[in-house]
Design a protein around this ligand. Sequence first.
Ligand code: ADE
Length: 420
Amino acid sequence: MGSREESQIRDLGLAPEGHRKIEWAARHMPLLGTLKAQFERQRPFEGLRIGICLHLEAKTAYLAKVVQAGGAEVAVAASNPLSTQDDVVAALVEDGIYAYARCGADEAEYRSHLRALLDRRPDAIIDDGGDLVSTLHRERPEQLREIIGGCEETTTGILRLRALEREGALAFPMIAVNDAYCKYLFDNRYGTGQSVWDGIMRTTNLVVAGKTVVVVGYGWCGKGVAMRARGLGARVVVCEVDPIKAIEAIMDGFSVMPLVEAARQADIVVTVTGNRHAVGREAIEAMKDGALLCNAGHFDVEIDKKALAEGAEVREVRRHVSEYRRPDGRRLYLLAEGRLVNLAAGDGHPVEVMDMTFALQALCLRRVVEEGRRWDPKVYPVPADIDRYVAELRLETMGVRIDRLTEEQRRYLDSWTLQD
Ligand code: ADE
């Protein structure tokens, strides 16, 4: 059966708009364009089935097409049930890619899509958040040895992979794409920084300048969110549990205080911790009438939605904005059901940023299928040559040249005597 009959999507008739979106993204993804041309010539994935579990929007679609151009049969499933763009997946299906995703899928359907992707028996995978790897290990032990290896996109996914590795249960090698310089320095910081505010602003149509923004978590994503909030004119407060990151936030010029204290002043709270109940009952009780709550971490567990809903009257007041009228009369507003606000209520990171991230993904996937059979089942860093190549390509596409070390300088750096 072909991808049209096999796929599980909302409506193939949406494909024309999806093609337009992918075309726009591709126009601004020169790194992936370069790799596509290479892959068309060299066909590194010839005869292989590749399973991709990512946020299914236009940039991801272009990555899927680049992998397909390298000779693979490609199947995609969503890594989050709210971030799927139905028109984009329809376009992929028209282009011969198998797709299992529908925006708004409930938990059972979301899981069934992951299984449907695995039914295509992938030889290698790309995962975002770890749900595909976890489904494989929990439900498909017989399939584990078919997998050459894969790549993981996010901080959350890598934490889960490392937990599997610690238990000695990880069955195939995985490259931690998130931990490449060309990923976290740009995607996590500038990508999240921009896309979170894009999501909040397009969802609420409210001004950020003059508001008090509380950023919970000061990892690379939190750094970007705080930096861009300041740029928009907000007063920014950072909450952290890690003393080193707290000092970083202070030295970056932000106020740092415990969440309950910050919550009393907050107009907007953004969680970016990767952890459960980062905003719990106590903080919710402290928040003032009219405050907005949203999440930019991978799972919708960071805001305690149960505590928020307790005794509250809930209604949707705008698309992606739920009002919780609390028993004491305060109204708190949750964006995008507490899911990733930048993807569930926006288009995800800016295109040029994802061009670098997905160039890393494409090149790491190639490395995995070419060499992974010889690797132990462990979590691997992105090979330094790939990280550097992506940076060089990006500079080239920006038309920026940089200096090189002289031979003399190289010798100086390599010597321990520091003599001539
Ligand atoms: N678009 C596709 N995948 C994404 C991700 N992990 N973060 C932001 N935007 C994306």
